[in-house]
Ligand binder design. Structure first.
Ligand SMILES: [Zn+2]
Length: 175
């Protein structure tokens, strides 16, 4: 006894992405991402949030009037994948893998490709973002970046991460 890990790598890295998502103050969608090297070192972690120095208490940043860029959170919130890339402690990211709680949007996909990440593992996909997801897929395929759902990669890891998700969402926030 004593030489079997409790969780596999997929569970660990998507678990870290999910834990990071719990730090997000974006009440519409909390996302997290974790970048791991081919030899299983964590290179960067991020969640969706405002740029440094922008006050979370300013309601302009969280506005939902998407027809007005000044009053749309999309102008302000840095996505989890982008923050994970920008938070990386080491470069280059060539050959690394990113674990993202949400299927990456086209803008993050551009950065994922440009920074040299070669595999994307995603947890959830928004049905109403189908065309945006197709745009991401088109670029990823042509760039030779592999993309799989966590379920496809490892159904056992997905079950473990979903149990962690239930634990997180059932946890009262910090007081
Ligand atoms: Zn994005």
């Amino acid at each position: 006894m004593g030489n079997k890990a409790l969780i596999d790598w997929h569970s660990m890295f998507m678990g870290v992405a999910l834990l990071a998502s719990a730090r997000s103050k974006d009440e519409r969608t909390r996302n997290g991402a974790c970048i791991a090297s081919a030899d299983h070192r964590i290179l960067g972690v991020g969640y969706n949030g405002l740029p440094r120095g922008c006050s979370d208490a300013d309601p302009v940043y969280w506005s939902d009037q998407d027809e007005d860029p000044y009053l749309s959170r999309h102008s302000y919130v840095v996505h989890a994948e982008m923050n994970a890339i920008l938070n990386c402690v080491t470069l280059p990211l060539t050959g690394s893998r990113i674990y993202a709680t949400q299927f990456p949007c086209p803008r993050c996909t551009q950065s994922i490709i440009q920074v040299g990440i070669t595999e994307v593992v995603w947890l959830r996909r928004k049905p109403h973002q189908a065309r945006a997801n197709e745009a991401s897929l088109k670029m990823l395929r042509e760039a030779g970046v592999a993309i799989v759902s966590l379920n496809e990669a490892d159904a056992g890891a997905e079950a473990w991460v979903m149990a962690l998700d239930q634990h997180i969402t059932g946890t009262p926030g910090p007081t």
